[in-house]
Design a protein around this ligand. Structure first.
Ligand SMILES: [Mg+2]
Ligand SMILES: [Zn+2]
Length: 191
């Protein structure tokens, strides 16, 4: 009997990959600024059959800086604007906790990624994780996915600290757009 086909996903971090990072957190839709080329990159992922999932630490909720309702509204708008350009964000998972809450869903813990794989029957080894922080890369690595670090957001300052990294990204790309080019190239070489 053949196994049901498990699907490939591209897991994306949000702040620093999709939207500009803010030291004081994205607290409203007005503070959400798309990084150039991202909507188009999301559209290419969809047209090539990838499932796009966003996994994000939103400790601003646990810190009382922003409410869950507001975060959900921001994500709804983000999904709508991506869809207007032909992209599709399948699902967004976020950790609302603070770093010292010791939860299992805050990156670098892989809790949310594993949850997504369970929910959507994903093939983690054939999936990719794109992030701007080494904690994103650690999460992807723990789950057995291929990892790409982008230089947008915190990427460049993270790269400056690479002597201290416990894990290394499999690839480094300029931004999400270049990461998507890389994913398409890697996968077409495998077929
Ligand atoms: Mg980030
Ligand atoms: Zn958490």
């Amino acid at each position: 009997m053949s196994q049901p086909l498990r699907r490939k996903a591209v897991f994306l971090d949000r702040d620093g990959v999709i939207c500009e990072n803010r030291d004081d957190y994205v607290k409203s839709w007005e503070e959400f600024v798309w990084i150039p080329g991202v909507k188009e990159a999301l559209s290419r992922l969809k047209s090539h059959g990838y499932i796009t999932i966003v996994i994000t630490n939103q400790s601003a909720i646990g810190r009382g800086v922003v409410s869950r309702e507001t975060v959900d509204k921001i994500h709804q708008r983000m999904g709508e604007e991506a869809a207007e350009r032909g992209g599709k964000i399948e699902k967004i998972y976020y950790c609302p906790h603070k770093p010292d809450d010791s939860c299992s869903c805050r990156k670098p813990e892989p809790g949310l990624l594993l949850q997504a794989a369970e929910d959507l029957k994903l093939d983690l080894r054939a999936s990719y994780l794109v992030g701007d922080a080494i904690t994103d890369i650690e999460m992807g690595h723990k789950a057995g996915s291929r990892t790409i670090m982008v230089k947008t957001g915190k990427g460049l300052s993270e790269l400056a600290e690479k002597a201290r990294w416990k894990v290394r990204p499999d690839y480094i790309a300029q931004d999400l757009s270049e990461a998507v080019n890389l994913i398409l190239e890697l996968d077409s070489a495998e077929e």
